[in-house]
Write a protein that binds this ligand. Structure first.
Ligand SMILES: Nc1ncnc2c1ncn2[C@@H]1O[C@H](COP(=O)(O)OP(=O)(O)OP(=O)(O)O)[C@@H](O)[C@H]1O
Ligand SMILES: [Mg+2]
Length: 356
């Protein structure tokens, strides 16, 4: 999938711009505050219906407008064009793809898969387990059939069980959801585990290039005791769940533990190393996606030069060059990024929310 045309209206400081990216690398450059991140963010928004830098919709709609609008043309590997349109105001959201209304975020994400690496991505390592679950689940969602449905079932049963726990219902009533929780949890866990296994060779290959003398370990933890069934764990922890008014074991507590030379990557390595490691985790994901989904996703790399030394920048660019994906890079000066060796390149200069 690639983005072949995009018209942006009132998305942050981008009041009215229209452009046609190429299928290779698109370099967006301009001074601080010109709108580079906003442009990449708008492409991310097309896929996720949320931003990678704010949970607040009001940050995204231009301060002088009441709604934002994105009109895109995506082209698939068979050269079919899929028009995608999004209109978002404070209290309404309209999403269309192929002239049909889209009801669920998952449906637009499935059509238009986008991954982003940006200056705050290191939070994948330092942030809450939810960040790492989102990382795993992006991949599982795209490559494993049935995951989304299992997750929906699990979420529903979990919220019903939690509501029962909180409202002090009888134990037998609270436990009514345990069977459903266990069934969907096993499905989710199986898919996540398989995904991490499939991802591992891609990840290992990158780690060997970037951290040749360090031992970097990835360990998936499913959210409840390894040797026990979820049903048993729910039984064992029932009194505690009741006291706290929430279920404390299950795939909603899964995590990915990342260690470098035996120390947690959260505290044991530098911020620059965390940024490189996160970039590798995402690049592995892009590579695995290309192989297993037999199509490509779009990668946004905001501020590639930020906090990466010259050598790492060169190494990352060389990996990006070898990947057959559509790429959007941003930089302040175009010469911060060496685009030699790329055959399909387009440059976009952004200046105070305009493109020239
Ligand atoms: N809702 C909004 N309406 C209007 N302007 C906004 C809105 N949100 C952010 N801005 C402004 O848009 C401008 C562009 O921000 P953006 O983060 O895209 O810049 P950038 O080119 O990535 O800069 P940098 O090089 O510093 O990363 C900023 O001046 C910001 O204050
Ligand atoms: Mg920026």
């Amino acid at each position: 999938m690639q983005l072949s045309h995009l018209k942006i209206r009132d998305f942050r400081n981008l009041v009215d711009i229209e452009f046609e990216p190429c299928s290779g690398v698109n370099l967006v450059y301009g001074l601080n505050a010109s709108g580079k991140t906003s442009l990449l963010e708008s492409i991310y928004y097309l896929s996720h219906l949320r931003s990678f830098r704010t949970p607040y919709l009001s940050d995204l709609i231009n301060h002088h407008a009441s709604r934002l609008q994105l009109l895109a043309k995506a082209t698939d590997q068979l050269d079919n064009q899929i028009p995608i349109g999004i209109e978002r105001s404070k209290d309404s959201l309209e999403v269309r793809a192929n002239q049909k209304p889209i009801q669920r975020v998952a449906d637009i994400t499935a059509i238009f898969p986008v991954l982003a690496i940006h200056p705050d991505s290191y939070r994948l390592i330092t942030g809450s387990p939810g960040e790492r679950r989102a990382y795993i689940d992006w991949g599982v969602f795209h490559v494993e059939q049935g995951f989304f449905e299992a997750w929906q079932r699990y979420k529903k049963a979990l919220s019903q069980r939690n509501a029962a726990l909180r409202s002090g219902q009888k134990p037998s009533y609270c436990k009514l959801w345990d069977k459903e929780l266990e069934q969907s949890a096993n499905h989710i866990d199986l898919k996540r585990e398989k995904y991490i296994q499939d991802l591992y060779p891609f990840y290992l290959n990158l780690i060997e290039q970037f951290f040749p003398s360090q031992h970097v370990k990835l360990e998936y933890r499913r959210g409840w005791k390894k040797e026990e069934s979820l049903r048993t764990v729910l039984e064992q922890t029932f009194e505690r769940d009741l006291k706290r008014g929430m279920t404390q074991a299950g795939p909603h507590r899964a995590d990915l533990y990342i260690q470098v030379d035996g120390k947690s990557a959260q505290t044991g390595i530098s911020r620059g190393q965390q940024k490189v490691l996160v970039a590798l985790l995402k690049l592995a994901q892009v590579q695995q996606f290309s192989q297993s989904a037999a199509r490509h996703c779009i990668l946004l790399y905001d501020d590639l030069a930020a906090e990466l030394d010259k050598e790492h920048r060169k190494q990352i660019l060389s990996v990006l060059k070898s990947m057959p994906i559509q790429l959007f890079l941003s930089a302040i000066e175009p010469d911060q990024i060496d685009l030699q060796g790329w055959s399909d390149v387009r440059m976009f200069h952004v200046e105070q929310g305009n493109m020239n």
